[in-house]
Structures are given as C-alpha cells and as structure tokens.
Design a protein around this ligand. Structure first.
Ligand code: ZN
Length: 327
C-alpha cells in the first residue's frame, strides 16, 4: 500500500520504528568542517529569503549572501513567489562588494529571476521579456513556472483551479512564447518547472529541447512534485535536469513542523540516475532555515551516506554552473 506517490506502508513502519536511529549503518567519518569545505565554489540555484509577501522572519537575502561569501560559494539564485528578484540581486551585489572588500573576501555572485504566479500576471510572456531586458537581464538567471498559483498546488490545497501550461494536452501559446523569449536572450537563462504536473513538465521539456533551453525540474524529491526513477529518466532523455532539494530531504522544522520528508527516495533518485543531470539546491530560506547552513547539512548528509566527494562536487558546483553558464 502506497501512502504518498512512492512512500509505502513498509517505509512508514521502518521510519516509525522505535529503534530507527540505532538501526542505521554507522556514518562515514566526515566532519562538519569537511562538509563546509564543499561549499567553496558551490552554487545554490534555488533558495528563498526575505523580504517577501508570505512567511515573515525569513533569513534576509542580504544576510544569506554574506554568509555564502564567507563560505566561498560561487553563486546564488533567489526565488520569490511574488516578485522579480533580479533588481534585488543587483542591489545586494553592490552592498556585498563593499562588505567583502573590507573583509578581504570574494563576493558570491547573486542572481534572481521571476516566478510566473498571479502577482506578475501568471503565464505572462511580458513579465519574462521584462526580466530579460535592461539592468534586469544581467541578474536574471531563472524563469520559474507557476508555484503557489499552479493548478497542481491550488487543487492539492483545495483552493480551486490555478495556472496550467497546457490546453487540451498541448502547450499553451504563452508557454511557447516564454520558452522562445528565453531561447532568444543573449544571456544564459534556465527555466525551472516549480509546481507543475508531470504531463506539463513533459510537454515543457519537449519544447525546451526543441529550442535548446535548459529545463530544470524543481524539487523532484518533494511529495507535491515527486518523480519516480522512471519519470526522472524519461525527462533526462529529453535533456532536462533533475533538481533535488535539501529541504525535501531534511525538512524545515520551524516553518513546517511534522512534515514527513522522504529522504530515502531522494537517495534512490541520486543513486539511480545519471549524476551528470542532477543538481542539488537547498530550496531553503523559509523561517528558521538558513540556506548556507542547509547546503552544508545537505552535503554532509550525502557524504555520510556514502555518496562520493566527486559526485557531491558535481551536483553542487559543476552541474549548476553549466546550467547557469558560469565558470
Ligand atoms: Zn522553493
């Protein structure tokens, strides 16, 4: 019997076993500072922060960017559900330059993008074209499909219908225009799926492949958008990237206490798929979930479960740099 999409009654019994922590194999001897050292050159291409319109007391984007600079991270891409973060990224970058100069640090490169929810007109090609012009262009790295206003999220939360990229099973004209706008930009920009149904992701992946745009499937390990290994393989065969979110492996206890996350399925995806197509991002930045710490814990957790240092480096540094066109 399945409880979620892949979580079985047997899995539930395993993790609710009174002796669960005492039955796990012994961890490999990696220390916290070993894990932290993997952040040098790392990229977090999906994280949140304040200020925002939902959930107060998030870690501020500026503070997170300072912490990422101290850790020697290469780049961050801030996502907000309501507004375009590209100009915010630009202002943060200016603040960082001065702060880092004083401290003798190299500033992390801060980017943003726009999420196509109702606040920007939904599936709105004008919002995308705006994010790709003028000063914004320099800081726009990701166009996110609808998240909180997607049909998938709204129906799952009993809020009625929401935004979909399909019309009678075919990609809407606006969605094609959005891919076109990204394809014709002279800067390297990726599209992320946010909260779409699998069928929507497949249609979008086909279009992105046709137009040579990088498509990243957002938190493939979160129950709402969970992919089976077979589904992930199908998307990889259409040139999509699979993003695993640290939050969906470790939970976010202040913002969502009691949330059951399927760590073991995340590991299964990581161990079954071609790691050349996997990206680890935190999706952190909820209240009480500091993104740089989550990156460290995510890396530490993988190293401790026998994921090789080379694979860790590939999914936190090399692969996201490829997608974002960074050196
Ligand atoms: Zn997110």
């Amino acid at each position: 019997m399945k409880i979620g999409k892949v979580f079985s009654m047997e899995d539930a019994k395993k993790v609710t076993h009174p002796a669960y922590p005492y039955m796990l194999p012994e961890m490999l001897p990696y220390s916290e500072s070993d894990a932290y050292s993997f952040l040098r050159g790392a990229v977090d291409m999906h994280l949140h922060g304040g200020p925002t319109g939902w959930m107060p007391h998030r870690p501020s984007m500026l503070e997170t960017s300072r912490e990422a600079s101290v850790a020697g991270m290469r780049a961050l891409v801030f996502k907000d559900h309501y507004y375009m973060t590209s100009p915010v990224a630009r202002v943060i970058q200016e603040c960082l330059e001065a702060w880092c100069r004083e401290k003798g640090l190299t500033p992390v490169e801060v980017f943003g993008g726009v999420t196509l929810n109702y606040a920007v007109g939904g599936l709105n090609p004008v919002a995308v074209k705006t994010a790709l012009k003028g000063d914004f262009k320099q800081k726009t790295k990701v166009i996110w499909m609808p998240s909180i206003d997607s049909d998938l999220t709204r129906r799952a939360a009993n809020l009625g219908p929401g935004i979909t990229v399909l019309d009678n099973g075919r990609l809407k004209k606006e969605a094609r225009e959005i891919v076109e706008a990204v394809a014709s930009s002279d800067s390297k920009v990726a599209i992320e799926t946010s909260h779409l149904y699998f069928e929507e992701i497949v249609a979008l992946a086909e279009e992105c492949e046709k137009q040579a745009v990088d498509l990243v499937v957002t938190h493939a390990n979160q129950e709402l958008t969970l992919l089976t290994v077979e589904e992930a393989r199908e998307l990889i065969s259409r040139k999509a990237w699979i993003q695993l979110a640290v939050i969906s492996m470790l939970g976010t206890p202040i913002a969502a206490p009691g949330w059951v996350v399927n760590y073991h399925h995340s590991m299964k995806l990581l161990n079954s798929l071609d790691t050349d197509r996997i990206i680890l991002a935190t999706d952190a930045g909820q209240t009480g979930a500091k993104p740089v710490e989550y990156m460290k814990y995510g890396v530490w957790s993988l190293l401790s479960r026998d994921v090789s240092p080379d694979i860790v480096r590939k999914i936190v540094s090399e692969n996201p740099k490829k997608v974002l066109g960074l050196r």
